[in-house]
Design a protein around this ligand. Structure first.
Ligand code: ATP
Length: 237
């Protein structure tokens, strides 16, 4: 079943067309990756799916419902979430306060507590540092916190914007292992990545954007072997 369906989405910033007629589907249980050079429109696509930037044309359907006219908080309540580029955790708050922010729309305190315990179980480093300021965490731990915060809202689809950016190779491996693990537990994922090789290796589907348009889409293995993609993005693979 299609969990997320983006159809003919166009977004402009003033006169700059950032996305042009972009369509993609994420089926329940899938990891779909969106690749493309800087400025291709990847972040704009994620923000438009969340409703954080208005679409000029096209629509977004989530779990069978047209959410195109809904504000971000309503889409989040349906199970969409975005871990933005650069993490955007609040460094002047503690680890625990950051996690609680992810659950601010939930009123079921007991369940929120259980969710937090589950996140601490998954990320022992965060559990040990729960009372510390988030500024004390390493880049990799901050990324885990950003993902943990998103999980507090119990999402069905997690959108991740360049989560491996600036992380050490060890943390990049941990991050991709975590993405696989969350996916195996049932979370669907829309993953924007510069680390093309690793992203194609975990994904069930892939879309390549160039100047706001889809130029290739399909099976990640086939794309990984495509000379055009090799030339453009897989040079350092
Ligand atoms: P990056 O990896 O550098 O974030 P991206 O693929 O995510 O790139 P976007 O950030 O979505 O690309 O940008 C797409 C286009 O829209 C670019 O031409 C960019 O300059 C422009 N753009 C992005 N945000 C804004 C904004 N707030 N106002 C004006 N133009 C913007």
């Amino acid at each position: 079943m299609a969990l997320l369906e983006v159809s003919g989405l166009s977004v402009s910033y003033g006169r700059v067309a950032a996305l042009n007629d972009v369509s993609l589907t994420v089926r329940e249980g899938e990891i779909v990756t969106v690749l493309g050079a800087n400025g291709a429109g990847k972040s704009t696509l994620l923000r438009a799916i969340l409703g954080a930037v208005p679409a000029k044309a096209g629509g977004v359907t989530f779990a069978g419902e047209d959410v195109s006219r809904e504000p971000p908080h309503a889409r989040i309540a349906r199970g969409l979430c975005l871990v933005p580029e650069g993490r955007r955790i609040l460094i002047s708050l503690s680890v625990e306060e950051n996690l609680l922010l992810g659950a601010h729309m939930r009123r079921d305190t007991e369940a929120v507590r259980r969710e937090m315990d589950a996140i601490y179980g998954r990320f022992p480093n965060l559990a040990e540092r729960r009372k510390m300021l988030a500024s004390c965490l390493s880049g990799g731990e901050q990324q885990m916190l950003a993902i943990g915060r998103a999980m507090m809202a119990r999402p069905r689809l997690m959108m991740l914007d360049e989560p491996s950016l600036g992380l050490s190779p060890l943390f990049v491996s941990k991050l991709f292992a975590l993405i696989r693990e969350l996916n195996a537990e049932g979370l669907s994922v829309l993953l924007v990545e510069q680390n093309t090789t690793k992203a194609l290796a975990v994904a069930h589907g892939a879309t390549v954007l160039e100047l706001g348009r889809v130029i290739m889409a399909g099976d990640p293995k086939a794309l990984a072997a495509d000379p055009r993609l090799q030339e453009a993005y897989l040079g350092e693979g």
